[in-house]
Design a protein around this ligand. Structure first.
Ligand code: GLA
Length: 693
C-alpha cells in the first residue's frame, strides 16, 4: 500500500509556502483555548506576540467540544479563536482533532475500541482509544475533517494541517476482531495465496500451517513464542493501519485545500511506526522531542533523532512541533530543564535542521492529567523563569529568519530500518540484550562527539554521496539492499558493519549460510557461531594491526554484549579476541572490495575504543567534522544556505564554560556583531555564527 508516496506532489512547494508565510523559524506551541474561558483568549494572543509566537497548533483535542453528538457541530468558539489569531498575525497549524474520539463514539460503536493481545479492551476516559482498523472510526474522523477543512479552507489564519496527534503513541496495535479481519485483508494483498503466506511464515514449524485465511489472527497472547514472521508482518500491518488513518484524512484535506501543507507529529523515536514508510506522505515531517533533563546523555539521543528527521525527506527541514518548556509530568520524577537548557536544546534542533521550535503547550492546564506538565505560560504566570526564557528564545529565533530553509551536509550515513528493528528485538534470539537504539547510539555517539554530521537512512537509500556508511545492527536485510551497500563499497565507499547484521531476510528466515548473509562477499567473511556475552561480561580485544584500536590502551580494549566466531575469507584481521573461548580469533576485520573498504566488528568495543575506531575510519574515508577539535560536551552543526552562506550553531552541553575553536570572519546574526576570539561559551551556552558566502 504505502509505496505510492508523494514525490512530485508539490510537497516541497507547500513546505516552502509555509516557510514564506512564517518568514523565518516557526515558534509557538499547542494551543488549547477550549480549556479556558473566552476572556483569557485575548490575553493569550497578546502574550503570544510578546513571546514572539508566530505559529500555534490548534484544536488537537477538540473533537468532543466541536461535535458533542453525532449530529451537532459547534464551530462558533473556534471561529472566534481563529479570527483572534488571524488578527494577531499568528499562523495556525490546525489539527484535524481525531486523536481522541468523543465518548459518544465508544457508546454507539464499542467495536471502535482497541484490544490488547490478551483480549482486554482499552476503554475511553484517556485518549487515543480507537483501533486504527475500524472503518467506523475512520468514517467519523473523515466526516469531521471534511467539515473542518471546508469551514476553514479560506481562513487567513490557516497555514498548515496537523493530522491526528502522535499516531501510535499509546496504541500502536490492536488485536481484536475488527483488526483480525483487516490483517487478513492486508495479508491477502501481500501474499496472494495462503500457500505463499505459509511459506513466508515458515508455518511447517510447530504445526502452524494455515488451511484458510479465516484461521489467521493477530499474534495474540499465546502459550509461548508466537510465530516471529507473523509478528513482524503484524507490526508492518499495524504501522500501515495507522498510516491509512492518516491518508484517509489527508485525502480529504488535499481535495478541499490542495495548497495547504500537511504534517503529523511523530512520537519521540521508538519502534512503533515505520517512519520511512510514513514520511513520504507528508509535505513536511514533524517531531515531538522529550529528552530527560536528568539524563546527562539525553542530548546525544536527541541529536540522533533530529538527524533522522532531517534525513527522512532527503535533508529537507523539519518541524519540532512539541517539546517541554521545563518539566514533563509523565516520568516517575519530573525534573525541569535547567536554566538555559530549553534554549540550548531548541537551538540543537534548529542546528540539526528544524525550521520550527514549538512546545507542548501554550498555557498550563488547570485540570486533567497534564496539569503538572510545564507550559510556555506556567500556572505561576508570566513573571516566571520559564516565560522569561520563552520570550528570550522567541526574540533570538526571530533575529535569524534566513536560517529557515537552509540545510545540513553530512558526510556519514547511518542505516536504520524499522522492520529489521522489529525483527532484532523479538524473543527467542541468541541474546535478549541486543537493542536497536543502543546499537545506533554506540556508533552515533563517537561521530556526535567528533562533530561529524551524520544522516540516518534506509538500507535502500542512494548512498554514493556519503564518505562513510555505518550499519550498527541490520538484523534483517534483503538481497537487494545488500547489493546496494556492496555496490557502494565497490564504487569506492567505506562501510562499517557491526555484528548480527545480514542474518535474516525480510520474512525473518535465516539467509543461506547464516550471517552476514548477502553481506558476506562485501565483508569478506562468514560467521560460524554466535557467542553472546552476559550482562556485564567483557572480553579483551587486542589490535592485530598496530594502532588500530587507537593510542592509550596499549593496544588492548574491551568488548561487551557479543562475540562470535568469524571465519575470514578475503578480509584481514584488525583486532582479535584476547580472552575467553574465542581468544586468538578475529574481533574486527577489513576487506578491500572493488575500490572501497568494508570493516566489520564482531563485538561492541568499549566507548573509548569505538571513538578511536570511528575516528580512524572517518579519517581514512575523508569524513571530516565541520568544526574540528571541539572540547568535550560541545556540539556544532553547520547549516548551508543555497547562496553559500553558512550558519554554525555551536552549543555547550556542559555545566561549565568552554572555549571553542572557530574560523574567523563570522558575524552573530542575533545582534550583527563580529564574532571574535576567544570564542567562549557559557555553561549551556549557544553561539550562532553566520559566515558570508
Ligand atoms: C505528547 C502529546 C501531547 C502531550 C505531551 C506531553 O507529546 O502529543 O499532547 O501529551 O506528550 O509531554
Amino acid at each position: 500500500m504505502n509505496d505510492r508516496g508523494d514525490r512530485g506532489d508539490r510537497g516541497e512547494e507547500r513546505a516552502a509556502a509555509l516557510r514564506a508565510r512564517l518568514g523565518g523559524i516557526g515558534y509557538g506551541g499547542d494551543y488549547n483555548p477550549e480549556q479556558w474561558p473566552e476572556e483569557v483568549w485575548a490575553e493569550d494572543v497578546r502574550l503570544m506576540a510578546e513571546a514572539g509566537v508566530n505559529l500555534v497548533s490548534l484544536g488537537i483535542f477538540s473533537w468532543a467540544r466541536v461535535q458533542p453528538d453525532p449530529e451537532t457541530f459547534d464551530w462558533g468558539w473556534l471561529d472566534r479563536v481563529m479570527d483572534l489569531l488571524a488578527d494577531g498575525g499568528i499562523a495556525v497549524c490546525l489539527a484535524t482533532m481525531t486523536a481522541s474520539p468523543p465518548p459518544w463514539l465508544a457508546r454507539l460503536h464499542p467495536e471502535t475500541l482497541p484490544v490488547r493481545p490478551d483480549g482486554s479492551v482499552l476503554w475511553p476516559g484517556a485518549r487515543q482509544h480507537f483501533t486504527p482498523s475500524s472503518e467506523v472510526y475512520r468514517d467519523h474522523a473523515t466526516r469531521l475533517v471534511e467539515r473542518l477543512a471546508t469551514r476553514y479552507a479560506r481562513h487567513p489564519a490557516l497555514a498548515a494541517w496537523h493530522v491526528g496527534n502522535e499516531y501510535g503513541c499509546h496504541v500502536s496495535a490492536s488485536y481484536g476482531e475488527v483488526d483480525a479481519v483487516a490483517f487478513r485483508g492486508w495479508l491477502r494483498r501481500r501474499y496472494g495465496t495462503i500457500d505463499a503466506l505459509n511459506e513466508a511464515w515458515s508455518t511447517t514449524f510447530w504445526s502452524q500451517r494455515y488451511a484458510a485465511w479465516d484461521e489467521i489472527t493477530p499474534p495474540r497472547q499465546a502459550p509461548t513464542f508466537p510465530n516471529p514472521a507473523q509478528r513482524i508482518d503484524f507490526r508492518r500491518f499495524s504501522s500501515d493501519a495507522l498510516l491509512e488513518c492518516f491518508l484517509a484524512e489527508k485525502e480529504v484535506l488535499r481535495r478541499v485545500t490542495p495548497d495547504v501543507p500537511v504534517t503529523t507529529n511523530f512520537v519521540p523515536l521508538r519502534d512503533t511506526l515505520d517512519l520511512h514508510a510514513w514520511a513520504r506522505h507528508e509535505d513536511v515531517v514533524s517531531y515531538d522531542s522529550y529528552p530527560d533533563p536528568a539524563d546527562p546523555g539525553a542530548h546525544v539521543a536527541a541529536a540522533f533523532a533530529f538527524d533522522l528527521l532531517r534525513s527522512l525527506k532527503g535533508g529537507a527541514p523539519w518541524l519540532l512541533l512539541e517539546q517541554a518548556p521545563a518539566a514533563v509530568n509523565w516520568r516517575r520524577v519530573n525534573r525541569p530543564k535547567a536554566p538555559g537548557q530549553m534554549r540550548l536544546w531548541s537551538w540543537q534542533a534548529v542546528g540539526r535542521g528544524a525550521d520550527a521550535v514549538m512546545f507542548f503547550q501554550w498555557r498550563a492546564s488547570a485540570g486533567g492529567a497534564e496539569k503538572y506538565h510545564s507550559a510556555m505560560v506556567p500556572h505561576a504566570g508570566t513573571g516566571t523563569r520559564t516565560f522569561a526564557e520563552v520570550r528570550e528564545l522567541g526574540r533570538e529565533l526571530a533575529a535569524v529568519p534566513d536560517l529557515a530553509g537552509t540545510r545540513v551536509r553530512a558526510p556519514v550515513a547511518l542505516v536504520l530500518d524499522w522492520p529489521s528493528w522489529w525483527g532484532l528485538e523479538q524473543d527467542s534470539h541468541p541474546s535478549a540484550l541486543l537493542r536497536q537504539q543502543e546499537a545506533n547510539l554506540a556508533h552515533y555517539a563517537p561521530l556526535f562527539a567528533a562533530g561529524v554530521a551524520c544522516d540516518v537512512v534506509h538500507p535502500s537509500a542512494e548512498v554514493s554521496g556519503y564518505r562513510l556508511v555505518v550499519v550498527p545492527n541490520l538484523y534483517m536485510i534483503t538481497e537487494r539492499d545488500a547489493a546496494n551497500l556492496a555496490g557502494y563499497v565497490r564504487g569506492g565507499g567505506h562501510l562499517l558493519v557491526s555484528f548480527f547484521s545480514g542474518v535474516a531476510d525480510d520474512r525473518d528466515r535465516v539467509h543461506p549460510g547464516g550471517a552476514p548473509g548477502p553481506l558476506a562477499d562485501v565483508l569478506g567473511l562468514r560467521v560460524a557461531e554466535f557467542w553472546p556475552l552476559a550482562k556485564d561480561e567483557h572480553v579483551e580485544i587486542e589490535e592485530a594491526e598496530p594502532g588500530w584500536l587507537g593510542s592509550g590502551f596499549g593496544g588492548v580494549a574491551h568488548g561487551s554484549l557479543w562475540s562470535e566466531e568469524v571465519r575470514l575469507d578475503a578480509a584481514s584481521p584488525l583486532a582479535t579476541f584476547a580472552s575467553g573461548v574465542l581468544a586468538g580469533r578475529p574481533a574486527a576485520a577489513r576487506n578491500r572490495h572493488g575500490t572501497g573498504i568494508a570493516y566489520y566488528l564482531a563485538t561492541r568495543p568499549d566507548p573509548a575504543a569505538m571513538a578511536s575506531i570511528l575516528a580512524r575510519i572517518c579519517r581514512e574515508a575523508g569524513a571530516a567534522p565541520d568544526l574540528p577539535d571541539l572540547p568535550e560536551g560541545a556540539e556544532s552543526v553547520v547549516r548551508h544556505a543555497a547562496d553559500g552562506t553558512r550558519f554554525a550553531i555551536v552549543l555547550n552541553h556542559n555545566d561549565k564554560p568552554v572555549t571553542v575553536p572557530l574560523p574567523p570572519g563570522g558575524v552573530d546574526p542575533r545582534d550583527g556583531t563580529d564574532v571574535v576570539p576567544p570564542y567562549r561559551l557559557d555553561a549551556r551556552g549557544v553561539l550562532v555564527v553566520r559566515y558570508p558566502a
